[in-house]
Design a protein around this ligand. Sequence first.
Ligand code: SF4
Length: 284
Amino acid sequence: MSDLEKFEKLIEGKIPLVCMLAPSFVAEFDYPDIIWKLQALGFDKVVELTFGAKMTNIYYHKIIKEDKTKTWIASPCPTLVQLIRNKYPHLIDNLIPVHSPMGCMALICKKFYPNHKYVFVGPCLTKKVEASEIGNVELALTFRELNEIINARNIRNGKKKKKTFEKFYNDYTKIYPLAGGLSDTLHYKKILKKREILVEDGIDKITQILDEMKGPKYKNYLFLDFLSCKGGCIGGPGMDATRTIDEKTERILKYREFARRDEKDLGRRGKIIHVDDIDFSRKL
Ligand code: SF4
């Protein structure tokens, strides 16, 4: 069964669905238009991954702080995880054993919406692999697939009953899909120096660095913030938008400013105390 057929089955089913929208969504879709469309499609709740990303960061911070004897490698990019598993198995222990924002948000949704099923929608093809590995996410769709569904159902607009996401957290992790977005939002100053962090995007450059990791060249770095797609997740292969990386970056930054300015006071449940009973660690 294709993922589109799986989606049709889920949306027609009796169990309500949560749509977990990747933070790069605004590089592809207009906001809040996309929320209305997702509601019109039949999603009961629409959440963004910002609170999940925050929990990823908090766990990263703790792990890096506790062990500075090795070079840690960020693990939210499943293409990078697969690359290391297949080509650099000696580096598996360097991958930070923490869920990605998608994995963390699925655990958060499980707590807040225990009677729902969770569908991730993002710019990434390999999130489908991660979703099937971690188990909580019923289905991972690409933005391109969502566009196909919206067009096939001729959805122009929703009922406009809600203008925004279910509120969990609404702030800085919105820049996560940009290259370096993770380390920029890690609040690393008390645990790492800037020169100990290496940010890189694009599979060719990353492969070149990983090839040289056994030598002395990169030994002074304590954290590698790598994303496999050029430009980060906004360059993901599951997007339709023909915008340039610069245009997509601008849309992400504008959305963050809009949310900070105009949505700051919307009710939020995204406090750490609300999720301190959840274990966000992941075996890699
Ligand atoms: S960088 Fe590309 S492959 Fe990696 S998580 Fe983002 S979209 Fe997926």
